[in-house]
Design a protein. Structure first.
Length: 52
Protein backbone atom coordinates (compact mmCIF):
# COMPACT_ATOMS: atom_id res chain seq x y z
CA UNK A 1 0.00 0.00 0.00
CA UNK A 2 1.21 3.55 -0.77
CA UNK A 3 1.95 6.44 1.52
CA UNK A 4 -0.80 8.37 3.23
CA UNK A 5 -1.90 11.48 1.33
CA UNK A 6 -1.14 14.85 2.92
CA UNK A 7 -3.82 16.58 4.94
CA UNK A 8 -5.16 20.03 4.06
CA UNK A 9 -3.02 21.50 6.85
CA UNK A 10 0.21 20.25 5.29
CA UNK A 11 -0.49 21.52 1.76
CA UNK A 12 1.07 24.71 0.44
CA UNK A 13 -1.24 27.71 0.71
CA UNK A 14 0.27 29.41 -2.35
CA UNK A 15 -2.27 29.09 -5.20
CA UNK A 16 0.52 28.67 -7.75
CA UNK A 17 1.26 25.33 -6.08
CA UNK A 18 -2.17 23.91 -6.89
CA UNK A 19 -3.31 22.28 -10.11
CA UNK A 20 -6.90 21.08 -10.46
CA UNK A 21 -7.85 17.80 -12.13
CA UNK A 22 -9.36 19.88 -14.93
CA UNK A 23 -6.05 21.70 -15.47
CA UNK A 24 -4.18 18.40 -15.48
CA UNK A 25 -6.42 17.12 -18.24
CA UNK A 26 -6.58 20.29 -20.33
CA UNK A 27 -3.01 21.58 -20.03
CA UNK A 28 -1.00 18.42 -19.43
CA UNK A 29 -3.17 15.72 -21.10
CA UNK A 30 -3.32 13.69 -17.86
CA UNK A 31 -6.52 11.65 -17.78
CA UNK A 32 -7.44 9.26 -15.01
CA UNK A 33 -8.03 5.62 -15.89
CA UNK A 34 -7.65 5.95 -19.66
CA UNK A 35 -4.95 3.28 -19.83
CA UNK A 36 -2.27 5.74 -20.95
CA UNK A 37 1.04 6.46 -19.23
CA UNK A 38 0.67 9.93 -17.69
CA UNK A 39 4.22 10.15 -16.35
CA UNK A 40 5.37 12.88 -18.75
CA UNK A 41 2.28 15.03 -18.15
CA UNK A 42 2.56 14.71 -14.38
CA UNK A 43 6.26 15.61 -14.54
CA UNK A 44 5.42 18.67 -16.64
CA UNK A 45 2.88 19.77 -14.03
CA UNK A 46 5.43 19.29 -11.23
CA UNK A 47 8.04 21.21 -13.19
CA UNK A 48 5.62 24.09 -13.74
CA UNK A 49 4.91 24.32 -10.01
CA UNK A 50 8.61 24.08 -9.17
CA UNK A 51 9.44 26.91 -11.59
CA UNK A 52 6.59 29.18 -10.46
Amino acid sequence: MGAVLPTAASRASDPTCHITPSELEQRFKVRADNGQDDTAGLQSAIDQIRNS
